[in-house]
Structure formats: C-alpha cells, structure tokens
Design a protein around this ligand. Structure first.
Ligand code: NAP
Length: 252
C-alpha cells in the first residue's frame, strides 16, 4: 500500500516510537492523526508534521470512536493504524505487601491489549467500508506494537508480557477475518528501543541493557522502528505475523 495521501492513525503518537512513526508517515505523504493520552504532546507532534492532534485514552470505547470519526472527516478513512500506545509498570506477583493488586494487572491489560483491540475494531470498520486502493484490492493495514516480553517476559512483567502476548494473538483471527477485504494485520515485537521508557532508567542499567542485543550493541532507534512500519505498509506479502525488531536480542 502506498501511504501517500491516505489517512493514517498513530496511537501513542506523542512520544517515542509513535512520534517517530507519525513523522515518517507524514514525510511519506500520509495524512496523520496523532493520538495520545495528552492533548499537549499529540498536538505538538501533529503541529510539527501538519497532522491532526487527538487526545484519547485508547481503552475508552466512546472517545476512541469520536477521534476516529474526527480524523476520518479531516483525512478520509483510516487506511493504516499503528498502535504504539502502551504502558509498562513493573510489579511482582507476590510482593512485600502480599499479592499483586488485581487492578494493577487489569490496568495494563486494559491499556495495552484492550486499547489496541479498541482501535483495531474501529480502524477495521473504516477500512472495510472504504474502496480498494489498488487493483490487488488492498484496503488497509493494521499494525500493533507487541514486545519480545510476549515470549521472554522478565520478573515483574507478568501483566505487560500477557498484554503483549494477547496482541500477538489478535493477528491470526483478525488477518483471517479481514483478509477478504484486503486488510493485513501484523504486530511488531521490539527489543530494547531508545525511547523515554528506557532512557529514563539509571545510566548503568542502560549500559548493561545496551550490551544485550547480538548486533548492533545499542538500543534501537525509534526512527528504525518507523522505517519498518513503512516497509510493512508497502509490502503486501507481509501479513498475520509478529516481526521481531531487536538486533538478535534474546532475553534470558
Ligand atoms: P513511550 O515513549 O512511553 O510512548 C508511549 C505513549 O503512549 C506515551 O505518549 C503515552 O502517554 C501513551 N499512552 C499511554 N497510555 C495511553 C492510553 N491509555 N491512551 C493513549 N495513549 C497512551 O513508549 P515507547 O517506548 O515509544 O513505546 C511504544 C510501544 O512500544 C509501547 O506499546 C511499548 O510497550 C512498546 N515497546 C517498547 C519498547 C522499548 O524498549 N521502548 C520495547 C518493546 C515494546 P504518557 O506518556 O502520558 O503515558
């Protein structure tokens, strides 16, 4: 799919990989709706790239529906959804104060998994109702951000890892259901990427983590993630897959 001139939505677009993706899509000619929890960060990125800043909690059904409609009215139907919004609070199953609060688990599942599905269902409805974009019948692409933690979660990542495994689990049924409309569904599983999420950690932790990929021995760049998004959008043979993006990192 050529992203030039089409409506795209990027959640978590105010920061990190989402912001880099929004910038790269706009540079490639897409009409980008930048969605983030904070109106300020969404609008800052949107203003920079000539996009539309949209404040929304991706896990809220009504607000998400309203912002998808607003973006559609401004940019045409959504043809590319990139789910980047996510949270990663660490918590042990049994801590000093007893078992983990169930609400802590629910919050992470709600934002990362339910939020991604909420956006997926709304974007899919836009895409299925839209005309095909080319002779092959392509109508759109849905991409969500998973994590290598989906399969290699560390102590404290039980909710995060489960939420990301859930995202990977959406690929097959969604790609199978939506394939007849020319819609592809995939996830990207990043390893260690240099975004505020990691760059706010103590320096010695960062140095240690940066040694873990096989090559190159550094954090991935948000712009490299954005390159992958553009490649996936443009390559119709990529479908129903979780693509690792990690420099060969395998967490113990
Ligand atoms: P980031 O810089 O923290 O960006 C995530 C953005 O999502 C933030 O602007 C955040 O807003 C927003 N957000 C959080 N909850 C939201 C909600 N309910 N509705 C809408 N927006 C919400 O993180 P990042 O590193 O770019 O992460 C992007 C994605 O990659 C996440 O799904 C993360 O789990 C995944 N990932 C990251 C890494 C890594 O190494 N960085 C590795 C594997 C996977 P606030 O700042 O206001 O919370």
């Amino acid at each position: 799919m050529d992203v030039k001139g089409v409506g795209a939505l990027v959640t978590g677009g105010g920061s990190g990989m989402g912001a880099a993706t929004a910038r790269a899509l706009a540079a490639a000619g897409a009409r980008v709706g930048v969605i983030d929890l904070s109106r300020e960060t969404a609008e800052a990125v949107a203003n920079e790239i000539g996009g539309l800043g949209l404040a929304c909690d991706v896990s809220d059904a009504a607000t998400a529906e309203a912002v998808v409609k607003k973006a559609s009215a401004a940019h045409g139907p959504c043809r590319l959804l990139v789910n980047c919004a996510g949270i990663a609070p660490a918590k042990r199953i049994v801590g000093r104060d007893g078992p983990m609060d169930l609400a802590d688990f629910e919050t992470v599942i709600r934002v990362n998994l339910i939020g991604s599905f909420n956006m997926l269902r709304l974007a899919a409805a836009e895409m299925t109702a839209a005309e095909p974009l080319n002779a092959e019948g392509e109508r759109g692409v849905i991409l969500s951000t998973s994590s290598v933690a989906a399969t290699e979660g560390q102590v404290g990542q039980v909710a995060y890892a489960a939420s990301k495994a859930g995202i990977n689990g959406l690929n097959a049924p969604a790609a199978r259901e939506l394939g007849r409309f020319g819609i592809r569904v995939l996830s990207i599983a990043p390893g260690l990427i240099g975004t505020p999420l990691l760059l706010n950690m103590p320096e010695e932790v960062q140095e240690n983590l940066a040694q873990q990929p096989i090559f190159p021995k550094r954090f991935g760049k948000p712009e490299e993630f954005a390159d992958l998004v553009l490649h996936i959008a443009g390559n119709p043979m990529l479908n129903m897959e979780t693509i690792r993006f990690d420099g060969g990192l395998r967490m113990a």
